[in-house]
Design a protein around this ligand. Structure first.
Ligand SMILES: NC(=O)c1ccc[n+]([C@@H]2O[C@H](COP(=O)([O-])OP(=O)(O)OC[C@H]3O[C@@H](n4cnc5c(N)ncnc54)[C@H](OP(=O)(O)O)[C@@H]3O)[C@@H](O)[C@H]2O)c1
Length: 334
């Protein structure tokens, strides 16, 4: 499989993610609207749908199966294993037997006999990466999955793992507030498809309301575990970003997506749109820059951004808050 290059249309660029659609961890969710959002994505030609057994304790997968119905074979489903719930706490299980159990559960919840892509959700600190990947390769040999992938690897892990296996998918967080370009570089040199998630930093860049941070998140909101939502420097930066977007008459969603899509190393973006209206806005943002996505010439990409955004906004976007947070933080633990 070759890494996909130079996509142009929003439906080629975007995957729809289902974490926030599942009704858990992202504030009040109207599940009817979640179904309608997936159906709108289908109508708009989106082909890839990303989910995980971890999302909403499996309910995101069930919801996706319900929304896709008979359209399942016309689309690609990406799911993941390697994180397990014990009550309200999350643990790693990247062992071959743990991954097999997770895959079989995902197939059952998704009402399908194969997945287009199954990935290791996070490397398990107690299981060698090669052991987890070996299990994924065997699932492919057995015909349970068409492709396997990995998520959240460091540049070193990525380079050593993919030297022998170019062309697979790596999911990694990438947005204005979490700019790990080294991992995208490593993905590019290893020949894998850089599939980035959280383009709006879990909503912080999408709505001014969320730049109040923890104060506006409910007790059960999964974003309480995201260090961005409690870092005063990050929240100040986000407030200024929203104010500058307002002043220059551009939507923050358009600004944040344009920056991600025009990076040049980004192959695919997984959108976390939770409603049809949010998805519509994301599609418009991708439409506006789609022509230049995958463009290798950085000056042409910079010109495209300058045509869309004011110089003051671009300057702000070029100077991120100086806080950093570890990429390798344990899911479910702060
Ligand atoms: N492999 C991994 O480890 C991993 C990790 C995280 C995510 N993912 C995948 O990536 C997908 C996307 O990640 P994400 O959910 O963090 O994406 P995101 O788009 O950064 O955040 C989603 C949140 O942003 C807000 N939002 C989305 N579109 C908006 C719009 N047009 N206008 C205003 N606000 C908007 C919503 O917040 P409100 O709910 O407050 O409205 C939504 O819940 C996930 O669904 C999942 O499939 C993978």
């Amino acid at each position: 499989m070759q890494a996909l290059q130079s996509p142009k249309t929003p439906s080629q660029l975007l995957w729809l993610g289902t974490w926030s659609l599942g009704g858990e961890g992202f504030g009040p969710t109207d599940l009817g609207e979640s179904l309608a959002t997936i159906q709108m994505a289908l109508e708009m030609g989106i082909k890839w749908f990303d989910t995980a057994g971890f999302y909403a304790h499996g309910r995101s997968e069930e919801l996706l199966a319900k929304a896709l119905g008979r359209a399942r074979k016309q689309v690609a489903i990406s799911s993941k294993g390697g994180l397990v719930w014990h009550g309200r706490r999350v643990f790693h299980d990247g062992s071959p037997s743990g991954l097999e159990k997770a895959l079989l559960q995902s197939l059952r919840r998704l009402r399908t006999d194969y997945l287009d892509l199954f990935s290791l959700h996070w490397p398990d600190p107690h299981v060698p990466l090669e052991e987890s990947v070996g299990a994924l390769e065997r699932f492919k040999e057995r015909g349970l999955i068409l492709e396997w992938g990995v998520c959240n690897l460091s540049p070193v892990q990525l380079s050593s793992l993919f030297q022998a296996r170019p062309g697979t998918y790596h999911q990694v967080q990438f947005n204005l507030l979490h700019r790990d370009r080294a991992v995208l570089e490593a993905g590019r040199s290893s020949g894998c498809t850089n599939t980035v998630y959280s383009p709006l930093a879990q909503g912080l860049l999408g709505a001014p309301r969320l730049s109040k941070g923890m104060a506006v998140l409910g007790k059960k909101d999964a974003r309480r575990r995201n260090p961005l939502f409690r870092d005063p420097a990050v929240l100040d930066w986000a407030r200024r970003f929203h104010a500058l977007c307002k002043d220059s008459g551009v939507s923050p969603v358009a600004a944040a997506y344009s920056w991600v899509l025009l990076d040049g190393r980004v192959d695919r973006v997984i959108s976390g749109a939770k409603t049809r209206s949010q998805l519509g806005e994301v599609l418009r943002a991708a439409e506006a820059v789609g022509r230049l996505c995958g463009e290798r010439d950085s000056s042409r990409r910079a010109k495209a951004l300058a045509a869309l955004l004011s110089p003051e906004l671009i300057k702000h976007m070029e100077t991120p808050p100086c806080s950093t947070w570890p990429l390798t933080r344990q899911p479910g633990k702060d």
